[in-house]
Design a binder for this molecule. Structure first.
Ligand SMILES: NC(=O)c1ccc[n+]([C@@H]2O[C@H](COP(=O)([O-])OP(=O)(O)OC[C@H]3O[C@@H](n4cnc5c(N)ncnc54)[C@H](O)[C@@H]3O)[C@@H](O)[C@H]2O)c1
Length: 353
């Protein structure tokens, strides 16, 4: 049975990387309407599908006019807005607070009395709850204790977003499910998308799109700590399926890891990407940065398997191949988004050099 048929769905942050992939996946399931709310702070409008069932509301979910215009009869809501990403949040903690945390409070408060609402899925982050380990990491489970000491305002906001979700669940029975994302990669993550956010990481977002872009240009991929840091990389289409599984089968109040359960080192990742693009330039192996506490981690997938029936199915070889293909096919859009920040990037390079 297709439980999304004829439903009305809200996707906050739906122009973003994961949000737009979710919107595309939902469209295949015959919804009545998908309302996308996005202020294009870290995304490009080209990600929003041109489809009569998609209504794009340009603005912040913190704005009263946006909140008041949300349809009364929403069936599902997905909250994927954030202030992207860790470094930008360190450069401007107040912008992070407004777009990464206040967004959660505004949305949950606006939805708290909607009795017809079946589920609200919140994009939580594995990086905010995982223990920082070096060498042999154990799988992070949903139950393990969480540190109250965090490296970035981004991480603080993601964690407090979960706490707000729990509060609105306890006090108002908001049917919140917290989807804990591991590292997502794949098509529609556009380098440089959106407005300047204070650091070069406006352009160089996550490791996969940055490595694919540099590798296609024949550059040496920079590997801090000789690439020994490890992450759990999940393909974005798997992530979209996992989010929908959270909405349909997640238990209100619960958290679920959406992950593969496998750790890949950054050196392995770079080697795979270079093989796909034919880049023969050897990676640039660098020592660990003094302040770097990123370590090794991957998530336990047992609970998601057991309670959601969710398992990631796309292997990294296939996922990366599709990411490289998408990047080559969308080069003009990516170039446009990168070059809009040329002036700021040059100023930063000047200041550093
Ligand atoms: N991509 C990952 O690997 C990853 C990992 C952990 C958690 N997450 C979480 O998943 C969600 C989606 O991440 P993404 O990688 O697609 O990032 P993204 O930057 O592509 O998407 C975030 C979207 O939110 C929008 N946005 C920002 N402020 C807003 C506001 N005030 N009102 C409305 N929209 C606003 C942005 O313009 C953007 O479209 C985020 O909440 C992020 O914290 C992602």
């Amino acid at each position: 049975m297709n439980e999304f048929r004829d439903t009305r769905v809200l996707v906050v942050g739906g122009a973003g990387f994961v949000g737009s992939n979710l919107v595309h996946a939902l469209l295949g399931l015959a919804p009545r309407e998908i309302v996308v709310v996005d202020n294009l702070l870290s995304s490009d409008a080209s990600n929003v599908p041109d489809d009569p069932r998609v209504r794009f509301v340009f603005g912040s979910i913190n704005e009263r006019r946006v909140l008041e215009a949300l349809p009364r009869d929403l069936d599902y809501a997905f909250h994927l807005a954030c202030y992207h990403g860790n470094q930008s949040s360190i450069a401007d903690p107040f912008a992070d607070h407004e777009n990464n945390l206040l967004t959660s409070l505004s949305l949950f408060d606006a939805l708290k009395d909607r009795r017809g609402l079946r589920k609200v899925v919140y994009a939580a982050a594995a990086c905010a709850v995982a223990e920082k380990v070096y060498g042999h990491a154990q799988p992070t489970t949903e139950e393990q204790p969480v540190s109250l000491f965090h490296d970035s305002p981004y991480s603080v906001s993601k964690l407090v977003g979960e706490l707000y979700g729990n509060y609105f669940f306890l006090r108002h029975q908001l049917p919140i499910v917290k989807a804990r994302f591991s590292n997502v990669y794949g098509p529609r993550e556009i380098l440089g998308a959106g407005r300047w956010r204070g650091t070069v990481h406006t352009v160089w977002r996550n490791v996969v799109p940055s490595f694919v872009w540099r590798s296609l240009a024949g550059e040496a991929l920079p590997l801090d700590n000789a690439g020994q840091t490890g992450r759990d990389f999940i393909f974005v289409e798997d992530m979209a399926r996992g989010l929908m599984a959270c909405a349909l089968r997640g238990k209100a109040g619960e958290a679920y890891n959406l992950a593969t359960g496998r750790e890949t080192t950054i050196l392995e990742l770079a080697t795979m990407i270079n093989a796909l693009t034919g880049n023969r330039t050897a990676p640039d192996l660098r020592p660990a940065r003094e302040w770097d506490r990123s370590g090794n981690r991957f998530a336990s997938t047992e609970k998601a398997k057991r309670e959601l029936g969710f398992e990631a199915t796309v292997d990294m070889g296939t996922g990366l191949e599709r990411t490289v293909e998408w990047t080559m096919a969308n080069r003009p859009t990516i170039e446009r988004c990168i070059t809009q920040h040329s002036k700021m990037m040059a100023q930063m390079a000047g200041a550093l050099g």
